[in-house]
Design a protein around this ligand. Structure first.
Ligand code: ZN
Length: 382
């Protein structure tokens, strides 16, 4: 009797496409779907199992295999399966990798194998340029989630939401100015999304979720799609690949930092910091799900007076894990709970200082500075 496990190993080793998970590209391949004929990591295998054996039959590579199962893996494999199941992935679609949030991975897998979203000729609703429906939105004052109607219109470059459908929209947001982050860890809801946009010269955050993962991912992709189409009109010479890189950006880092106020007598205050490394903004607020940052620090280029280093500013007391952020306007005295966190913040912020400014960055800087001169308290922060 042939040793099917050895044949299976050969199928994996002789084709480089079979060395990574077919769905998230993780290099830790431990499972396979023996009817679809693809290799999987443990995380994606668990999503395959959830879909049911009528869609995917998951087996461990360490189990005993039979001839027909091994033949199926040889016949299909990751490369052929991708050609079939990812045939029509829209350019705006964010293909997940192994470090992405669960909702993105799960909906990608369900879209591929359960809904056949990328094999059909029909267009998914999120690429039509118009989407409307209800999402649960966190209240700015009372922090309670309430259903709100949202309407996205690519034609008018707007995302509107309504408290009462019969009344005027509560907010009209320009899609081009909008950043969407899917399921940030702080939200503690698997199917959640944070939207950030500029309002009166300051960032404004809103927090949303939906009970169904498919709905929240559809909204996320719809925002990306509308942004892509508008960018394609604005920058017709740019390659699609360059444009899809800037449709949404996850925070490079978030967490609590102790910081002092602008005066030497100011005590330390705990603030929640979010680093947007693409927009070069370091925002801080009183609580993680705040509506407005208490302050926003524009992170410029290192040769223009921006720097960061280990230790407290000269003359200030070191809190143990202090670091000093210097901008042309102010020196920030910051501290975190351990050296790993401190080094990680310094590393992430230093990377932004290393990148020269683009014309868009300068325009954001000007908008932030304009705001600061009109409303000192908001932009210098407390
Ligand atoms: Zn995977």
């Amino acid at each position: 009797m042939p040793d099917y496990e050895i044949i299976l190993q050969e199928i994996m080793l002789t084709d480089k496409h079979n060395k990574n998970c077919v769905d998230c590209d993780s290099c830790n391949v431990e499972y396979a779907s023996c009817n679809i004929g693809v290799f999987l990591c443990a995380r994606c295998a668990s999503v395959h199992r959830k879909m049911g054996t009528h869609i995917s039959k998951v087996i461990s590579l360490n189990q005993v295999w039979n001839q027909s199962q091994v033949e199926r893996m040889r016949e299909v494999g990751n490369k052929k399966a991708k050609l079939k199941y990812e045939y029509r992935v829209p350019p705006c679609y964010r293909r997940p990798n192994s470090s992405d949030p669960q909702v993105l991975i799960e909906q990608w897998i369900r879209a591929k194998y359960e809904r056949g979203e990328f094999t059909q000729t029909g267009r998914p609703n999120y690429i039509s340029g118009h989407l409307e429906g209800f999402l649960m939105k966190r209240g700015k004052e009372d922090a309670r989630y309430q259903p709100r109607k949202f309407i996205l219109s690519e034609a008018t470059d707007t995302l509107r939401y309504f408290v009462k459908e019969s009344k005027e929209p509560k907010a009209i947001i320009r899609i081009s100015d909008l950043n969407a982050v899917l399921a940030p860890k702080k939200m503690e809801h698997e199917n959640s999304m944070q939207l950030t946009f500029m309002k009166d010269g300051s960032s404004r955050h809103i927090y949303l979720y939906h009970d169904e993962g498919e709905v929240i991912v559809n909204w996320y992709m719809a925002i990306r799609c509308a942004k892509l189409h508008r960018l394609q009109v604005a920058y017709p010479m740019q390659s699609e690949c360059n444009l899809t890189d800037c449709l949404s950006n996850d925070f490079a880092k978030e967490g609590w930092i102790l910081k002092t106020g602008p005066r030497p007598s100011d005590g330390y205050k705990m603030r929640w910091f979010s680093l947007d490394d693409v927009q070069r903004k370091l925002m801080y607020q009183v609580e993680p799900l705040g509506a407005f940052p208490k302050g926003e620090i524009f992170l410029g280029y290192k040769l223009d007076g921006f720097s960061i280093r280990v230790g407290a500013p000269i003359g200030a007391k070191d809190q143990g894990f202090s670091f000093t952020l210097t901008t042309p306007e102010r020196v920030y005295n910051m501290s975190v709970s351990n050296n790993v966190e401190r080094d990680d913040w310094i590393d992430c912020i230093q990377k932004v200082f290393e990148k020269p400014l683009t014309p868009q960055d300068s325009s954001l800087s000007a908008r932030l500075i304009r705001k600061r001169t009109t409303s000192t308290s908001l932009f210098l922060g407390k």
